[in-house]
Design a protein around this ligand. Structure first.
Ligand code: AMP
Length: 591
């Protein structure tokens, strides 16, 4: 099966084959290092000193070539050196640190030897799963994910039984260390994964606290998509003469993902969304919305329209989130409507289309969102909805991805009908090539067809047509009429010509006060609250990115938090009851 066939997801899909991960017969060399020469690294996974067991696991997984970041990182990490890697998800960064760590584990040690810190529980779980998959040749090896929201007791029991690799979110790891349930005295490697995300979510103090507690002789590996000064400071302070690897993925990521935007007034978004799904949707789709309330509205609308849809937002309990992602992965739902925070780090190969239903909070969130498609070397589509006023922000996003965002019109009936026919053709081809597992059933079906054909004197073609009609169902396949809305919408666009070219492109500098509302919450120094606690809790509850949360001032028995204006009532209500440091926020608008 070719990558394009594997994609099979979107009738709008295009074949753009460049990738940050190596494809068959291609060896990318987009590695920029300050201290490493990579040109003489041997091909394949031989030559890094990996065990036979690991080599055969990689073969089973179908990895033929290390990705650029892996080629650069393996030799350094196998020697036990510290490393700073600037790379995004999708570059193979997890295997870049996981394989050398696994290979350097000592047998017979009871306490953990490696600790990976990740900003979210989703990422922690994924990294832990990757470790488990790569360690499948060593069944005795124990990998444990620890994160908030899951049972503390069972984590303690697992730690007591003995764990080799712990992957966790900073807060929960710190709790275990404080309680003495996570013994770090034998730790040999620490990985900070997506360090900039941890900074943005207010975890940096916790990360530093953890670093301070670790043995002096240890390897530290830091991965970050961007390098804010705070992360550079951290790396200077805690890493010893680290090797530095930078992977430029912008171009490669951008080329794999075709990006388009649709200008649509707020009031027409839901209709436009349904039309885009009808024309371009297919196998797996993620729709990003700004708030939990919007995820629900969108999901209800799509559900009413007959789509298989699930929601992933901060209200969805942890165990259900895992099930939801699994349902998306195995195809029992096709569309996921998510907030940024809930979908962070999500890695599902069959996502062929990402729809930015709302403008992301910033360009990094955009890069992250569209990175949910084009996974594992596939191609993908990203569609961004912008209101006429938001169009001026597109330039920033183009700059962040290094790729143009093409303009697209809300699909009219012709495009929708073409999409429906394409999907039907794919389904028919797939059904024609798939065998019906049960032979007895297949024989009965053949007999049934023959009987109907004889009784009604039908040709093969008549019979096939009848079967297709049965599959399509009672509603007409093609859509007619009601294209007026599109015409009106497009006219609306033309009346407001785009002026992107004549402004300087940057989002105008906004005084934060103008867009922010100040709120009072009833936790303060007496509760030992830190800004990170408030950012983490509010971001988790509202779906806001940590960086969208403004100034935080903590007083003895209350705090003031600046949040973006226009908070929906239900979000406000949920923040009232939200508990931070064991106290309800009782949020109120500050005068
Ligand atoms: P990551 O950047 O760690 O999120 O990895 C992105 C995806 O690439 C994951 O699905 C990995 O399983 C996959 N992957 C990692 N390394 C390789 C490789 N050398 N060859 C093929 N696929 C890989």
């Amino acid at each position: 099966m070719t990558e394009q066939q594997k994609l099979g997801a979107s009738s709008c899909a295009v074949d753009l084959s460049a990738s940050a991960l190596p494809q068959d017969g291609e060896s990318s060399s987009e590695v920029f290092t300050t201290t490493i020469e990579t040109s003489e690294t041997p091909s394949g996974f031989d030559g890094f000193g990996f065990s036979e067991a690991l080599l055969s696991t990689l073969k089973e997984k179908g990895y033929s070539e290390p990705s650029p970041i892996q080629k650069a990182a393996f030799p350094e990490l196998m020697l036990g050196r510290d490393l700073v890697g600037q790379a995004q998800t999708g570059t193979g960064k997890t295997a870049a640190f996981a394989l050398p760590i696994l290979e350097r584990l000592r047998t017979g040690q009871k306490t953990p030897q490696a600790l990976v810190l990740a900003p979210t529980r989703e990422l922690a779980m994924q990294v832990a799963d990757s470790f488990k998959a790569y360690a499948s040749g060593h069944p005795h090896l124990k990998v444990l994910a620890v994160y908030g929201g899951s049972d503390f007791r069972s984590q303690i029991n697992a730690l007591k039984r003995g764990v080799d690799v712990v992957v966790g979110t900073p807060g929960r790891v710190m709790d275990h260390m404080r309680q003495g349930t996570l013994d770090t005295s034998g730790l040999r490697s620490l990985v900070l994964d997506e360090a900039d995300e941890m900074l943005r979510m207010g975890f940096i103090d916790d990360v530093e606290w953890i670093l301070e507690q670790l043995p002096q002789e240890r390897q530290v590996v830091l991965f970050s998509a961007t390098m804010p000064s705070e992360i550079r400071r951290l790396s200077k302070r805690y890493l010893k003469e680290p090797a530095e690897v930078t992977i430029r993925t912008k171009d490669q990521e951008g080329k794999r993902i075709r990006q388009r935007s649709i200008t649509v007034p707020m009031s027409h978004k839901l209709e436009a969304l349904q039309r885009v799904l009808d024309a371009c949707g297919g196998e797996g789709v993620i729709i990003f919305a700004r708030t939990k309330a919007i995820t629900l509205t969108v999901a209800e609308t799509l559900d009413a329209g007959g789509h298989q849809v699930a929601v992933l937002n901060g209200d969805v309990p942890q165990n259900q989130r895992e099930r939801t992602v699994e349902r998306l992965r195995n195809g029992s739902v096709d569309i996921l409507v998510a907030t940024d925070v809930a979908a962070r780090g999500l890695d599902v190969e069959r996502i062929g289309l990402v729809i930015n239903y709302d403008m992301p909070f910033d360009s990094e969130a955009y890069v992250h969102r569209i990175g949910r498609t084009g996974r594992a070397g596939r191609t993908g589509e990203a569609v961004l909805f912008v209101t006429p006023r938001e169009r001026r922000f597109i330039r920033n996003l183009e700059r962040a991805t290094g790729q143009p965002i093409e303009q697209m019109e809300v699909p009219g009936n012709t495009a929708i009908n073409q999409g429906r026919l394409d999907r039907l053709r794919k389904q028919l081809s797939a059904a024609a090539t798939a065998e019906r597992g049960n032979e007895e059933e297949a024989a009965l079906l053949k007999e049934l067809m023959q009987r109907v054909a004889t009784e009604l004197e039908l040709s093969q073609e008549d019979l096939a047509m009848a079967a297709l009609n049965l599959a399509i169902g009672p509603n007409p396949l093609l859509r007619h009429g009601d294209d007026d809305w599109i015409q009106n919408n497009q006219r609306h666009d033309r009346e407001r010509p785009e002026r992107r070219g004549d402004r300087r492109g940057d989002r105008p500098a906004r005084a934060p006060e103008e867009n922010m509302q100040r709120y009072r919450v009833e936790v303060g120094h007496r509760d030992r609250v830190k800004p990170g606690n408030l950012v983490g809790a509010i971001a988790g509850e509202t779906g806001l990115q940590g960086r969208a949360i403004g100034r935080i001032q903590i007083f003895d028995n209350h705090s003031l938090v600046d949040l973006p204006k226009g908070m929906p009532e239900d979000v406000f209500n949920s923040l009232q009851r939200l508990r931070v440091m064991n106290r309800e926020l009782q949020i109120s608008r500050a005068s």
